[in-house]
Design a protein around this ligand. Structure first.
Ligand SMILES: [Zn+2]
Length: 292
C-alpha cells in the first residue's frame, strides 16, 4: 500500500464515517460563530471543520478542507462575514483530507503556514492539489493581526510529526485536528501516530490555558466544540488502552486474543468504539510487543 494511500486512510474522519447518515440530512456546509467570541468561526464542510478568525485587518483561515471538492463555499462563507482580505491559511497537519484544495486562497494572496515537518512531507510526496506552505513554524510562532493574537504551538509528535496546536490566548480556544476528538476512540489503526509521544503531547496541551477545543471533525450529535475534558479523557483512554494491551502482551496473548478479549467499557459510548477499538489495540500491541 502506498504511503499516499496510507495517509489518505489515516485522514478519513472518524465521525464522518459514523454519522454519515445523519449528515446526509444536513446541508453540506455551515458557518457557526463560536459562543462567547465576536470573531471566531467554524466552517463545516460535510464531515470536516476548520476555524477562521475575522479581524479588521484581515482573516486568519486554517485548513482548506477542500479535497476533491471546490474551496469556493469556504471562501464564500468568509466573504459573507467580511470583505477584509484572507491573509493566512494555516495547516493543522499534513494530511490531505484537511489541507488539500487551498489554491483559490493562494490566488487571493494568502500566506500559507505549516509546521516545518509538514512542509517537508508535502514536498516529498507532492500530493495533488495541496499548496506548498510559504512559511514554516518550528516550535512556536505568534501571529498578530488586527488585534487578535494566535499562537501556533508544536508539542511534539502525535497524529503525525507536524501537528500544530493553534491557541487563541484571549479567547481561550484551541484548534487542533484528529488526535483529540470529541468522545471518540482513535481512528482505525492509528496510522501516522507516534506512541508514547501522543500521551506526552496531551499532557502539554492539558497544561495550557484554554477552555474550548475546536477539533477537525464534529463529534457525536454534530457537536462542534469540546472542552478540556476531551483532552483529559483522551489521555485516560490511551493510558487505559496501553495498560490493558501491555498486560495482554505480558500474559502471552496473541494479537487475535488481545483484540477479542480487551474491552474498555468506560468508553463504550464513544464514537468508533465498536469498529476501531480492536485496531487501536493492534497498534498498542505492536508497541508493547516489538517497540514499534
Ligand atoms: Zn489526520
Amino acid at each position: 500500500m502506498s504511503r499516499i494511500h496510507l495517509a489518505t486512510l489515516a485522514a478519513v474522519c472518524i465521525t464522518g464515517v459514523l454519522t454519515a447518515g445523519a449528515q446526509a440530512q444536513q446541508p453540506p456546509t455551515a458557518t457557526t460563530k463560536v459562543d462567547g467570541t465576536d470573531n471566531v468561526y467554524i466552517f463545516r464542510y460535510v464531515g470536516h471543520q476548520s476555524m477562521f478568525i475575522v479581524t479588521p485587518e484581515g482573516v486568519i483561515a486554517t485548513d482548506p478542507i477542500s479535497e476533491r471538492r471546490p474551496a469556493k463555499p469556504y471562501i464564500a462563507a468568509i466573504q459573507a462575514i467580511t470583505k477584509a482580505p484572507i491573509k493566512y491559511v494555516i495547516y493543522s497537519h499534513a494530511h490531505w483530507d484537511h489541507i488539500a484544495g487551498g489554491k483559490p486562497f493562494k490566488d487571493l494572496g494568502a500566506t500559507f503556514i505549516a509546521q516545518k515537518n509538514g512542509k517537508a512531507r508535502i514536498e516529498e510526496l507532492k500530493p495533488e492539489d495541496v499548496v506548498v506552505p510559504d512559511e514554516v513554524v518550528d516550535n512556536q510562532r505568534i501571529i498578530e493581526l488586527g488585534g487578535t493574537t494566535l499562537e501556533l504551538n508544536y508539542v511534539g509528535k502525535n497524529h503525525s510529526d507536524n501537528m500544530l496546536v493553534m491557541r487563541l490566548p484571549k479567547e481561550k480556544i484551541i484548534f487542533t485536528v484528529d488526535w483529540i476528538p470529541i468522545q471518540a476512540v482513535q481512528f482505525r489503526g492509528m496510522a501516522d501516530t507516534y506512541l508514547p509521544d501522543t500521551e506526552a503531547g496531551l499532557k502539554k496541551v492539558i497544561a495550557m490555558d484554554w477552555d474550548k477545543l475546536i477539533p477537525g471533525h464534529p463529534g457525536p450529535g454534530g457537536k462542534q466544540v469540546g472542552s478540556k475534558d476531551e483532552a483529559v479523557n483522551q489521555l485516560a483512554y490511551l493510558q487505559d488502552l496501553s495498560a490493558a494491551v501491555k498486560k495482554a502482551v505480558e500474559d502471552g496473548k496473541s494479537y487475535a486474543d488481545a483484540e477479542k478479549e480487551i474491552k474498555l467499557p468506560k468508553y463504550e459510548s464513544w464514537g468508533g468504539y465498536g469498529p476501531f477499538l480492536p485496531m487501536n489495540i493492534e497498534r498498542y500491541y505492536d508497541f508493547w510487543n516489538r517497540g514499534i
